[in-house]
Each structure stands twice: as C-alpha cells, then as structure tokens.
Ligand binder design. Structure first.
Ligand code: ATP
Ligand code: MG
Length: 281
C-alpha cells in the first residue's frame, strides 16, 4: 500500500479537490483506494456524498479510541472507500492534548486495520496541528498541492521543517514525493514563473538526504475548471459528475503519473521504512 498525505497548511489551495478526484481517478483505473478525511471541515466526506453526522461514526471516534477504522469506513464505489470526518474532529486536538503518544494514534489504528489498499490518501486540514502530525506519522509520502500565485511558496519552510522533524523523530523514510500545481492558468506569466520557482526551490536540495531530496513537480497541471468547483455540491467526484471535463482529464492524467511513480519506488508498504525513492526530477 502507498499511504500519501495531501498537505498544505495554506487554506484553499486544492487539497480536498485533489484528494477526492485523485482517489476517484485511481479507483477508475482499477486501484483499490481508501480516502481518509482528516479535516474537521469534512469537505472530502461531503464531496463524496457521505453524510458526516448519520450516526455511524467517523475518524473522530477512531482517534479518541471509541471504535476501529473498519467500523466507520464506508464503501462509495467498488474500488473507493472513505473514512469520514465530522466537525467534532476539531475537538480531538484538545481532547488528545494530554495523551501519551498522541501523534501516532492514527498510525496505530492503521496498523491494526486488516484491510489493505493499493492507495490510502489522507486529506489534511489547513494547519500543522495534531491532526496533520498524525497524518505525517502514518504515511510514507506527502503530496503538496500549490496554487500558483505570488505567495505560493510562503510558509513552505515551516511545512518542510515539520516534515523533517517528523521524519527524524517518528517516521523514518517519510518523503515529500510530489508537488501538484492546482488551479493552474497556463497562459499566465505568473503561473509559469511560480512553477519555475518551485522547480528551482526543490532542485537546490536534490542531492541531500532530506525528505524533499527527491521531490518532483508532477508534469500534469490541474487547470482551473468550473466543473471541479461544482462537483462537491452534487456529492460526486469529477469522474461521475463531468467525466469529459478538463478537470476529469487532468486528474486522470495525474493518477497515471502517480501510478508510474509507484514502479519507481522500491518497497511500498507502510511497514517498510527503508525504501529508497528512485524518482527523478
Ligand atoms: N482546478 C480547480 N478549478 C476550479 N476550482 C477549483 C479547482 N481546485 C479547487 N477549486 C475550488 O477552490 C476551492 C478550494 O479548493 P479546495 O477545497 O480543494 O482547497 P483546500 O486546500 O482543501 O481548502 P481547505 O484548506 O479549506 O481545506 C473550492 O471551492 C474548490 O471547488
Ligand atoms: Mg480541504
């Protein structure tokens, strides 16, 4: 299983849109996918048409130790399952503040879960709090969605510092393995400049052994597409809502790139922390 957290502490950059539609695209390509919604806003949950407060339990109940992942997981399509979130999850940060090992609760819950998937994607909240730390402790890889505007890289050092610290102290082998440019407006000078800045930024460290030494920007740019913004209100992924739209096309291409990346990674289980990434820029 490849476990990937989609993280950017900046709000509104395309984390949820990417988590949902990349999951759906991978599922459409025959992969078994589980999307874990770790954001109290529960946007991924709602986007996939699952009601967060239908009384069946959410990731909140798993984190506070009331239940197991298998009890709250919902099957959305044959290949796609979701572990829903709820506004209650906002309280978990406070409730778990005094708990020993609070950063690894999710990791342990996943380790106890007998269900295996090809991909586990985690949609994270726009913060670097306890929920995001739990995601970082539980995954092998991080994808960073960026919206190309002039502050796109602002705050990136804080995020990289957090990834580095979690990689050193809790989760050896954690890698920032991809940058996804979202809401891309290809004709604009700004979009192209930001995309070049991102490449240069990560190229500086490409020879080190830090978690972003092998980071690559995906070739696929997710273009701004109104269908992607409409789909959540219908409770459908873009693959169901508008399968012929540019949005569906872009996420399908991205899914293929993600799958091609898999073959470049040696040893892809959550328990194998010794893997080497052989992706090239
Ligand atoms: N490629 C796109 N084209 C058009 N609209 C988009 C695109 N990607 C995202 N959006 C819209 O932009 C808004 C923010 O996107 P999204 O919710 O995915 O960001 P986020 O990073 O998850 O936000 P938050 O930090 O609040 O969780 C949403 O209304 C979404 O529908
Ligand atoms: Mg979101």
């Amino acid at each position: 299983m490849r476990a990937i957290a989609i993280i950017n502490q900046k709000g509104g950059v395309g984390k949820t849109t990417t988590a949902v539609n990349l999951s759906a695209a991978l599922a459409d390509l025959g992969q078994q996918v589980c999307l874990l919604d770790l954001d109290p806003q529960a946007h991924s949950t709602l986007h996939l048409g699952v009601a967060p407060d239908d009384g069946e339990g959410t990731i909140y109940h798993v984190l506070i130790g009331d239940t197991r992942l298998s009890e709250v997981r919902r099957q959305v399509t044959d290949n796609l399952a979701v572990i829903p979130s709820h506004l209650d999850l906002a309280a978990a940060e406070v409730e778990l503040a005094g708990e020993v090992g609070r950063e690894v609760i999710l990791r342990d819950a996943l380790a106890d879960d007998p269900q295996d998937y090809d991909y586990l994607l985690i949609d994270c909240p726009p913060s670097l709090g306890l929920l995001t730390l739990n995601a970082l402790a539980a995954v092998d890889e991080v994808y960073l969605p960026l919206q190309p505007h002039f502050l796109a890289l602002h705050g990136l050092s804080k995020l990289l510092g957090t990834i580095e610290l979690v990689g050193r102290r809790i989760n050896h082998g954690l890698q920032l393995s991809g940058v996804i440019l979202c809401m891309f407006e290809s004709g604009t000078r700004l979009a192209n400049e930001v995309s070049r800045d991102v490449d240069e930024f990560f190229a500086q460290d490409s020879n080190g052994d830090c978690p972003w030494a092998n980071t690559r920007t995906f070739h696929t740019r997710i273009r701004r597409n109104i269908r992607l913004a409409e789909a959540p209100s219908f409770g459908e992924s873009i693959m169901d809502y508008a399968p012929h739209s540019n949005g569906a096309h872009d996420y399908r291409l991205l899914a293929k790139e993600v799958m091609a990346q898999t073959s470049a990674i040696v040893g892809t289980t959550t328990t194998s922390r010794t893997r080497q990434f052989q992706t090239t820029r």
